[in-house]
Design a protein around this ligand. Structure first.
Ligand code: PMP
Length: 288
């Protein structure tokens, strides 16, 4: 496997960074997860723009411009002979001393890994996923804005641990006011009486690229979309629900907190969204 590391492709055994990198010491860095479908990269520009915004928020200077990063992502996919896969683009703060200060971290490291995608098992797409609300609250924006896709995912990892300990694959995280924020690695949508709802970004969700795609599909399908504050109760009484994410795509939810969603089967509107989404990923990507 070839890894892109600071301007060159190296063998995976040689893709090493320092133990003094603040990405390792403090989770100080940013990342993107990007999909490759049939040699086309889906929403590459959107991912690179979000990376730039995360960098800006953390006052991190990415040592490559958007064009160079786009080329590096494509080159890494090509070098690994991939047609379909998942790209992890990481920018760490770089080497510093053992203090927190960013002032002596002068060389952010750019890492690109292109690999096969680990999907949820097919049966979850057919039968739907059961999820649960966990006690760990999503980070308060005033502490660490969930809109920043940073290397510090401990908040989500704690929630994931709680979900898995209870036998679930995914979990709903509430914000500190008790409103639904998102899942540990996916955004949430629910349908009630023909209207599609999703938590507003200010509730503490990542501005998901797949979330944006779904919002646009709703426009195409002329389904009203409302970004709002959502409670656990709203999720319990939903007619349909699905999660969105680059890795998960659209995955139907059939149970929340032991309450059946709709009739306990993946919903018809969800299937419609998934169909349109599938046609988009196979037609709209940038060829590598
Ligand atoms: N929320 C979180 C916390 C995530 O990690 C992800 C995955 N990147 C998402 C939502 C979904 O975002 P996207 O559609 O951009 O993958």
């Amino acid at each position: 496997m070839k890894i892109f590391l600071n301007n060159q492709l190296v063998n995976s055994e040689d893709a090493k960074i320092s133990v003094f990198d603040h990405g390792l010491l403090y989770g100080d860095g940013i990342f993107e997860g990007i999909r490759l479908y049939n040699k086309c990269i889906f929403k590459l520009e959107e991912h690179l723009i979000r990376l730039e915004m995360s960098a800006k928020a953390l006052m991190l200077d990415i040592p490559m411009n958007r064009e160079a990063l786009a080329k590096a992502v494509c080159d890494t996919c090509k070098a690994n002979g991939l047609e379909n896969g998942y790209v992890r683009l990481v920018v760490t703060r770089g080497v510093g001393n053992l203090g927190l200060s960013i002032k002596n971290c002068n060389q952010p490291q750019v890492i690109i890994i292109a690999d096969d995608i680990q999907l949820y098992p097919k049966e979850y797409y057919e039968k739907g996923l059961k999820i649960i609300t966990v006690p760990t609250r999503r980070n308060n924006s005033a502490a660490l804005p969930p809109m920043i896709k940073s290397l510090n995912y401990l908040n989500n990892i704690l929630a994931k641990i709680e979900a898995q300990n209870l036998g679930y694959q995914e979990a709903i995280m509430l914000n500190d006011q008790g409103f639904v924020a998102e899942c540990t690695g996916d955004n949430i949508f629910m349908l009630k009486d023909g209207i599609l709802y999703t938590p507003k970004i200010a509730s503490g969700s990542l501005k998901g690229i797949t979330r944006e795609v779904v919002i646009n599909i709703a426009k195409e399908l002329e389904i009203e979309l409302v970004e709002t504050e959502m409670t656990r109760y709203d999720t319990w009484i939903a007619d349909e629900m699905f999660l969105t994410g680059t890795a998960a795509e659209l995955i139907p939810i059939v149970e929340v907190d032991f309450r059946k969603i709709g009739n306990g089967q993946p919903g018809k509107v969800t299937a419609q969204f998934l169909d349109v989404f599938k046609s988009k990923v196979s037609n709209e990507g940038a060829f590598i």
